[in-house]
Design a protein around this ligand. Structure first.
Ligand code: ANZ
Ligand code: ZN
Length: 837
């Protein structure tokens, strides 16, 4: 027998697939379809890391499996190729971003092909290619026509030394992450997409998505819907009024002062009344140096200045209360002003405590499920010392809260009954919100935390925004969209792209000196480029029609393939990318270009692969594993199998080079198994049961994305059936089931066994239910002694497997939600009982 030489056989099958275009899919193919999408990578100079093939292997397994079930699969790959890292690298090295990007892409493509993924390479897209960004610009123009793209002055983070705008994430402790200069806030004209128009729609349709719960929560949180009220507080001795937004109108009798954001317009209007104007002005200036992110930071101490000479009247009890400016109140949320209720709001409490302001308790605490829930989610696990009982800690924290409140050293943020609130005393806080609104004439409103999407960047390596400014005195047409026939607006290649405070494109005369498309007068081109999130907000549409040079995409293939059935990628895109893609989808639907409102029906995240030391892989730690080396040494099949065998896809898990050898040995065993003719007659019955059970297990596990356990089942398969490895049925089953995971070795063995056709042309096997029966037993499942379900398990299943299966059962799961399992009773072969509280 020849030895298992992964190099030659992987090269052989990869070139076969490439030459035969095995995975190219036609729009015309009849039958069922599925669109399985990977988040496309940013082609960095470092090349792929081992985290990339984790998600890509998962989708590849799923695609290969579905194809064998007769489904037509659209499975494309491309490059999110514009962006800052490459531009910065270019600035440092003097190379051109275009050259670098194309080189990086070549490297990424080579690497990805070396893993043997079944992409339809005829659909490759590159967002930095004019044939792609022509349509990104077209998209901009569609939004512009609809009033969904607009320009306005907005505060931006400005680094005076790098001379550029920074994203919030690039500001660290108020400093530029690159040069550590103090970042300033500046007003600049910027382009926005009006995503806030879709806040409610983006929130609502989350309900129908099969996405991880944590990602749905993050999306909801980011959109941040708050139902509350707007109330006007009159200013004493003045005709001015101040509007505030509150979610807790029920606490208005406890409002002992008011706070305006330092930038609030009224502060300037009240200048003549304010007797400590100099101090106020100083504070406003200091605020300007802070970014919104810093101002929101929970742990920072609250500062502010009182507006001496100004008082407002609390409309609930007509009492005069003082007014402050403080940077913990933001201009961009609500009305930029709040009524402060220190007895019931933590930020207000901290502020009042610091400045010695009055506190009035108006809510009598009520400990209900809601409050317990919030305690549980914030404090308990953090406060739990080793060996302590969960319930005890929960109780302790709860009492601490109550003690704090009664001794006046803490605030109650939960619900309860009103007190110190005149005629509303005794009313529940929930009801009081409506009753008080009615009495004082407050308007019930809804606020969203979501802000419009700032899409302009004063950088070079992005898609130019297709707008021309026709300024007076020449033409005076204003901002004029570039006519569709003039797209793409190409990035000039001969530009000095070092950052100097304006877009580098301003320095290219040939780029920005143009004539007005409307009146022909001399005009200038917009020199900002688009945020790269715009490029990736629609790429899944381009894959269905990537060569179309008349349209961004044709309606017909879009209808055939979309929405995407399965989308897989890292959880770091939980908010921005997914929200933007959802928004663009909804906008395109309203523009009449597509017929669906959600782009990704099902989403799964791969977890981080950590270094061997359990830390995040990073160059500085020296714990980075290079996938090229692994493929070279062990082979792509081993790497694929190993990454799936590491643990559940969505978990973070450390790399372990010694266990990769175990996986390699398994493939070597498969290699020998399929080429050694053992045929024991006595084992045939047992073999049938194992075949049936393994088919069932692998099928169900692939469907549920439990790849680690399906691999375990295949390992068990060859352990148990070693004596009958010559049996054709055994061999065929093994090769077909293993093929999605390890496509090269199985293709080769299929051929060597002399089986007809190719392994991927086979039908996915079905199993014989009667063979299965003899091998499984029924276990009764109880929760607190009550019968809840019964499940089928393998006769030799371990207790931990039985418990896991039992907990996953729908009827059982329903009785376990929100409960803690404190004990588990197992009677082997008969019953499992979960004791919960
Ligand atoms: C009085 C009050 C009493 C409040 C109380 C809370 C608890 P969410 O839920 O996030 O929407 N607020 C309003 N506008 C603000 C701004 N521009 N900057 C900072 N804080 C602002 O939060 C709404 C609450 O945040 C509002 O309800 C207001 O404080 C504060 F026991 O009003 B509340
Ligand atoms: Zn003009």
């Amino acid at each position: 027998m020849e030895r298992y030489d992964h190099k030659s056989l992987e090269a052989k099958w990869q070139s076969h697939w490439e030459k035969e275009q095995t995975f190219k899919v036609s729009d015309k193919a009849p039958g069922e379809r599925a669109y399985v999408l990977d988040m496309f990578p940013y082609p960095s100079a470092q090349g792929l890391h081992v985290g990339h093939p984790e998600g890509y292997t998962a989708t590849d397994i799923y695609c290969r499996y579905l194809r064998m079930k007769g489904v037509n699969i659209l499975h494309p790959m491309g490059w999110d190729a514009f962006g800052l890292p490459t531009e910065n690298y270019a600035i440092k090295t003097g190379a051109h971003p275009r050259e670098l990007t194309w080189q990086n892409i070549d490297n990424f493509r080579r690497q990805i092909k070396s893993f043997g993924f079944s992409y339809d390479w005829s659909r490759e897209v590159n967002t930095a290619d004019p044939t792609y960004y022509k349509w990104t610009q077209w998209l901009f123009l569609q939004l512009y026509k609809k009033g969904l793209a607009y320009r306005k002055e907005a505060p931006v983070n400005w680094c005076p030394s790098c001379q550029t705008v920074l994203a919030n994430e690039q500001v660290v402790n108020g400093e530029c992450e690159r040069c550590h200069s103090q970042v300033e806030q500046r007003q600049m004209a910027q382009w926005f997409f009006k995503i806030t128009d879709y806040a409610e729609a983006l929130l609502k349709s989350l309900d129908g998505l099969d996405w991880p719960q944590s990602i749905l929560d993050m999306q909801r949180n980011w959109i941040g819907k708050s139902e509350g009220a707007e109330v006007e507080f009159g200013i004493h001795d003045s005709e001015f009024k101040i509007r505030i937004f509150t979610t807790r109108l029920d606490t208005i009798f406890g409002a002992t002062y008011m706070v305006l954001a330092p930038e609030h317009k009224l502060v300037q209007e009240l200048k003549d009344k304010i007797t400590n104007w100099r101090e106020v002005q100083d504070y406003i200036q200091k605020t300007q140096k802070k970014t919104e992110l810093e101002r929101k930071a929970e742990e920072k101490s609250k500062t502010g200045v009182r507006l001496e000479g100004v008082e407002v009247i609390n409309p609930a009890n007509q009492e005069k209360i003082p007014v402050f400016i403080a940077d913990y109140v933001l201009t961009s949320y609500g009305t930029g002003a709040i009524m402060a209720v220190p007895a019931h709001d933590e930020r207000d409490w901290e502020f009042a405590d610091r400045y010695g302001l009055k506190m009035v308790r108006v809510i009598e605490p009520r400990i209900d499920e809601n409050f317990k829930w919030s305690i549980r989610h914030s404090g308990v696990s953090a406060a739990m010392a080793e060996g302590e009982d969960y319930k005890e800690v929960e109780k302790r924290i709860m009492h601490q809260h109550l003690d704090n409140i009664h001794s006046g050293s803490g605030c109650w943020i939960g619900e309860g009954k009103l007190m110190n609130s005149r005629e509303f005393n005794g009313v529940s806080s929930e009801d009081a919100r409506h009753e008080i609104a009615k009495k004082i004439g407050a308007k019930l409103t809804t606020q969203y935390r979501l802000r419009d999407w700032l899409i302009s960047r004063q950088r070079y390596w992005g898609a130019p925004i297709p707008i021309i400014y026709c300024d007076p005195p020449a033409g005076g047409c204003g901002a004029v969209p570039v006519p569709a026939k003039d797209l793409p607006v190409e990035l000039p290649m001969d530009v000095d792209f070092r950052p100097r405070g304006e877009s580098p494109l301003v320095r290219s005369e040939s780029f920005h000196k143009v004539s007005c498309p409307k009146c022909g007068a001399p005009a200038r081109r917009e020199s900002d480029t688009m945020d790269t999130f715009v490029d990736s907000s629609w790429y899944f549409l381009r894959y269905v029609d990537p060569q179309n040079n008349k349209k961004a995409f044709d309606a017909k293939p879009v209808k055939q393939w979309l929405p995407v059935n399965l989308y897989v990628g890292g959880a770091e895109h939980a908010v921005m990318h997914l929200l933007y893609a959802r928004f663009i989808t909804k906008a395109l639907k309203d523009l009449g270009y597509i017929e669906f409102t959600e782009p990704f029906l099902k989403l799964r995240n791969q977890g981080l692969i950590l270094g061997e030391d359990g830390q995040k892989m990073s160059k500085s730690r020296g714990n980075v594993v290079n996938p090229d080396e692994i493929v070279d040494k062990f082979g792509a099949d081993t790497l694929r199998l190993y990454e799936m065998f590491l643990g559940p896809l969505e978990d973070s898990k450390p790399w372990n080079t010694s266990s990769i050898i175990g996986v390699r040995r398994f493939l070597e065993r498969v290699w020998n198994f399929c080429q050694t003719d053992k045929k024991s007659n006595s084992k045939v019955d047992e073999a049938l049961a194992i075949i049936a059970r393994t088919i069932k297990k692998v099928t169900e596990d692939i469907e549920a994305f439990r790849f680690n356990t399906s691999i375990a089942a295949l390992m068990e398969f060859i352990n148990k059936l070693d004596d009958v490895s010559g049996n054709e049925n055994v061999r065929r089953t093994l090769l077909i089931l293993l093929y999605p995971f390890a496509p090269h070795i199985t293709a080769e063995l299929w051929q060597r066994c002399g089986f007809k056709g190719y392994v991927w042309e086979q039908d996915w096997p079905t199993y014989n239910k009667s063979a299965l029966k003899s091998d499984t037993i029924t276990i009764t499942v109880q929760v607190n002694g009550k019968l809840r379900s019964s499940i089928q398990v393998a006769a030799d299943a371990k207790e931990s497997d039985v418990a896991q299966l039992a907990q996953a059962d729908e009827n059982v799961a329903r009785h376990l939600v929100g409960k803690t399992i404190i004990r588990q009773v197992y009677v082997p072969g008969r019953l499992v009982n979960f004791v919960v509280e």
